[in-house]
Design a protein around this ligand. Structure first.
Ligand code: M6R
Length: 610
């Protein structure tokens, strides 16, 4: 979490830093700050609570003219959202630091530094870093050596950039547990927590590995690995496209991204189905050699990506005949799990940087998995780089914090995995054709689902005064109900819970009354009649329902039940199709509630702390 940008150049860099922060706002947006080294060798800093725009306005009023600088957009972990807790933190007006991650031994270090006479001005864990570097500079004349000595004392995760008023034109950076990328320019160099921040100034990037440090000046970059040896890291040319202002005619990125789903799914499928089969390299070169021996799949993910994994479990066991467990990454990484023979560890992640999921992937390498696969949207991410196999979802940059097109394209990737595993496990030709046909029909089905937009917008006001809601589904639609509930709570702040409809009578029925809308996902599948009985249970207790139903499911609307007809689709792709109306519902309810749809309170797009 949090975003970092740093630059050293011959030109003034405050505009570059601010533009970088704007692009990184998805990583945290409760406060922001920047510090530059002015021509007279002084550090000038501005920090503001709130969005990057607040900081931009402040810089507009007090222009900062330096050519070397660092900047940060924060998602609070230690210490509340205050200007004093915003980064950069500065020691003795000379050592300025920005940091992503969490320093776990900060209390101990704080005590030690206090004894050495340092005064703390914030409640953050980060402030220990700037004082430590300042202290180490008394023993090591060179900034790099001082930073190296300081980070050796840190436990926890950090991506950090240090600037020294006595060493103009130089930035020293260190990475352990929080990603950093160096951007290479001509007569100028940059660093950021994500290359998106630097796309306006360079297309050449060098990714730091775990434990790396780098010494960045205008004219060169020297990288050192965790043993302290000089090392060359590969330079990558990025074709990344990112248009920060690119909402088009849409009011929010989320709405734009919801509407992009048919084309995102087309991209996710393009070139990957050849002669009715999954192409050999959809999961990377040589992937079929790994996949052919797989007998068990362990999926690990967080949030929306976890819900995608839960849908895949229904598919994998029913279609490919492969047993499958799905687990939340923050649980998986801290328990002793049993590894089945010939198991594939599958991580699912939009960003490819989610700390818990990445930690689970790293842990799996010690546990005897046959291989690892990530289903991911960011080709340059740590998960893609560290997994044996990768399926790129090709959803395009997702800016809205609420995940939409990332989810539906993940489901496409997971269905491809079902096909690939099924192919080597005797899935019949007919079944394979059925899956391929359903996938090919999917973009058009999503377009049809988007046509429900006006109808859903019209019913959103009925949710405006509600505090609680319940989502119901059965089978592979149960995770879709969970995803619908997550979307609603995330952006409208209405409490939403999801239940497998068959579980209602085991407790949640007690909640039913006319004040809690019940949203039901009802495609025309083999569980439809069972679901109808559950609907009757709600009706009998005075519940008010909104049923998203296949038009052939024959639900009769009345005062207690609004039926929204979804056009018929194949059962296999129904979880993907029914996701769309639930996304639209949460979006329009959030609009009525007047929340910050793209950047809902307390959240961040990329969760790089555990
Ligand atoms: O980047 P990831 O897919 O690993 O992110 C996982 C979750 O943080 C993410 O899906 C989160 O739940 C979304 N904000 C939900 O809309």
């Amino acid at each position: 979490m949090c975003g970092i940008v740093g630059a050293t150049s011959e030109r003034r860099i405050s505009e570059i830093l601010l533009e970088g922060l704007k692009r990184l706002e998805y990583r945290g947006y409760d406060s922001a700050g920047l510090a530059v080294l002015s021509e007279n060798g002084q550090i000038e800093s501005l920090r503001r609570t709130g969005k990057v725009q607040e900081l931009k306005d402040a810089v507009g009023e007090h222009p900062l003219g330096g050519t070397t600088g660092i900047a940060h957009t924060r998602w609070a972990t230690h210490g509340g959202v205050t200007e004093a807790n915003a980064h950069p933190h500065i020691s003795n007006d000379c050592i300025a630091v920005v940091h992503n991650g969490i320093i776990e031994n900060h209390s101990k270090l704080r005590e030690k530094l206090r004894e050495l006479g340092y005064e703390f001005r914030s409640d953050t864990d980060t402030e220990v870093i700037c004082h430590l570097v300042h202290h180490e500079k008394q023993q090591h004349a060179d900034l790099f050596d001082a930073v190296q000595a300081a980070v050796k004392q840190l436990d926890g995760a950090y991506g950090t950039v240090v600037m020294d008023c006595q060493d103009p034109g130089r930035l020293v950076v260190a990475r352990s547990g929080s990603p950093l990328v160096i951007g290479l320019g001509i007569g100028e160099n940059f660093v950021a927590s994500d290359q998106l921040a630097l796309l306006p100034v360079t297309r050449k990037f060098m990714y730091l590995e775990e434990g790396d440090m780098a010494d960045i000046t205008r004219t060169g970059v020297k990288v050192y690995d965790k043993s302290g040896s000089r090392i060359e890291r590969a330079i990558h040319e990025s074709d990344g496209q990112y248009d920060a202002g690119g909402k088009g005619n849409y009011r929010h990125f989320m709405l734009k991204e919801i509407h992009e789903q048919p084309s995102a799914v087309r991209n996710a499928l393009e070139g990957r189905l050849v002669d009715g089969k999954v192409s050999g390299n959809a999961f990377g070169e040589g992937s079929m050699d790994v996949l052919k021996d797989i007998e068990h799949v362990q999926i690990v993910a967080c949030g929306t990506s976890y819900h995608a994994g839960m849908v895949a479990r229904y598919w994998l066991e029913a279609l490919a005949g492969v047993s499958c467990n799905v687990e939340i990454a923050s649980e998986f990484r801290y328990r002793q799990s049993h590894v089945h023979p010939n198991s594939l560890l599958v991580t699912i992640s939009q960003s490819g940087e989610t700390a818990d999921t990445l930690a689970a992937l790293r842990l799996s390498k010690e546990l005897g998995y046959k291989g690892s696969l990530t289903i991911c949207n960011v080709s340059t991410s740590s998960m893609v780089r560290e997994s044996d196999l990768a399926y790129m979802t090709r959803a395009g940059t997702e800016i809205g914090v609420a995940s939409t097109k990332a989810f539906t394209t993940q489901l496409v990737g997971l269905m491809m995995l079902v096909l690939a595993l099924g192919q080597s496990r005797g899935l019949s030709g007919d079944k394979q054709q059925h899956i391929v046909g359903a996938l090919k029909a999917l973009p058009a089905k999503l377009e049809e689902a988007l046509l429900l937009s006006d109808e859903i917008e019209a019913l959103a006001p009925e949710f405006a005064d509600k505090f609680h809601s319940l989502f119901l589904g059965r089978g592979s639609q149960y995770p879709i109900a969970m995803e619908g509930a997550l979307k609603l709570k995330e952006i409208s702040y209405i409490h939403a819970e999801a239940y497998a409809a068959g579980e209602l009578k085991h407790g949640p029925l007690a909640l039913i009354d006319a004040e809690m809308p019940v949203i039901v996902v009802a495609p025309n599948d083999e569980l439809l009649e069972k679901l109808k009985s559950n609907v009757e249970e709600v009706r009998a207790r005075g519940g008010i329902m909104y049923v998203f139903a296949d038009k052939d499911a024959h639900f009769q609307g009345d005062a207690s039940m609004r039926v929204i007809n979804v056009s018929h689709c194949d059962e296999l792709i129904a979880p993907i199709v029914y996701t769309i109306p639930l996304q639209l519902l949460s979006y329009f309810v959030a609009i009525i509630k007047g929340t910050d749809v793209d950047q809902p309170r307390n959240l961040a797009k990329s969760v790089t702390v555990e």
